[in-house]
Design a protein. Structure first.
Ligand SMILES: *[C@@H]1O[C@H](CO)[C@@H](O)[C@H](O)[C@H]1NC(C)=O
Ligand SMILES: *[C@@H]1O[C@H](CO)[C@@H](O)[C@H](O)[C@H]1NC(C)=O
Ligand SMILES: *[C@@H]1O[C@H](CO)[C@@H](O)[C@H](O)[C@H]1NC(C)=O
Length: 248
């Protein structure tokens, strides 16, 4: 019995691993960053304010896909935070799961640090002891680097930049500060490029546009003329792929 159960349990484990990988792929971790400022200890006012903040964001974000909140009255004890789900993600379902996971994950990754940010594929969570609302976050930028060259990269880069700029124009004027779309490129054998732009909704329209324009300009640092690009900042993100990655 033991001789036959071993290989089959290995197969079962592999199957389970594959199942969990695909079913929970919606909450893919991208990156995180712990601020270098200050630490806190447990059972202090900041600790309890951060816990209240996380409870609040976990409850509020699934309503519209975005929430911001702050708790505490006194300097050094206040906790400010926001969470944002990708614009196409179902708020009450995948968004909720993503924010729950991202918040508890970040508390582990940056334990007892007074400011941090985490990106998942489907959501973003950020907190600080400083009021950062309404300001473009220049301190956090993350690039996704898994890219292939395309033919005629300069022309391709020009096309995708133009395309993302149009999406940025649309996003900054929309209530969700989100826009996604597709572009068919006849010159590249009718290749379709899928693009997405989004801002955290604490920004003004003007700052949203500025954040997105800067992010698009940063594509040249990672992915100009490549078949995939992703610039994820603390206040906005832009991305394109040559396969559909968002829901209509
Ligand atoms: C805060 O904690 C981190 C890790 O727990 C440590 O590396 C860092 O030196 C601490 N910073 C301060 C200012 O105490
Ligand atoms: C892509 O292009 C860059 C610059 O033109 C080149 O250095 C690199 O080797 C190319 N990569 C592949 C996989 O073709
Ligand atoms: C691209 O699409 C157009 C219109 O759908 C079609 O006429 C053309 O033949 C296609 N080109 C290639 C290279 O597939």
């Amino acid at each position: 019995m033991s001789s036959s159960s071993k290989p089959s349990s290995t197969v079962l484990l592999l199957t389970l691993a594959l199942f969990f990988q695909t079913s929970f792929g919606v909450n893919d971790f991208l990156s995180s960053s712990c601020s270098k400022t200050q630490n806190f200890t447990s059972n202090t006012p900041f600790d309890s304010n951060l816990k209240r903040l996380i409870t609040s964001l976990t409850n509020q974000t699934p309503l519209t896909g975005f929430a911001q909140a702050s708790f505490g009255q006194y300097p050094n004890q206040q906790a400010y935070g926001l969470s944002l789900c990708r614009g196409d993600v179902s708020p009450s379902d995948d968004c909720k799961t993503c924010v729950s996971e991202a918040t508890s994950d970040l508390l582990k990754r940056c334990s007892y640090i007074k400011g941090a940010i985490i990106w998942y594929d489907y959501c973003l969570f950020k907190y600080s002891d400083q009021d950062f609302f309404g300001r473009i976050d220049d301190s956090h930028t993350f690039y996704k680097l898994e890219v292939q060259n395309v033919s005629d990269p300069q022309a391709f880069n020009h096309k995708t930049n133009e395309f993302l700029s149009r999406l940025a124009e649309e996003a900054h004027g929309s209530p969700k500060m989100y826009a996604a779309g597709e572009l068919k490129l006849e010159e590249w054998r009718n290749m379709t490029v899928y693009g997405l732009t989004q801002c955290t909704r604490d920004l003004s329209k003007e700052d949203c546009k500025k954040c997105l324009d800067d992010a698009i300009a940063k594509i040249s640092d990672c992915c100009a003329g490549k078949d995939s690009a992703r610039v994820v900042r603390g206040s906005c993100n832009v991305r394109y792929e040559t396969y559909p990655f968002f829901k209509e």
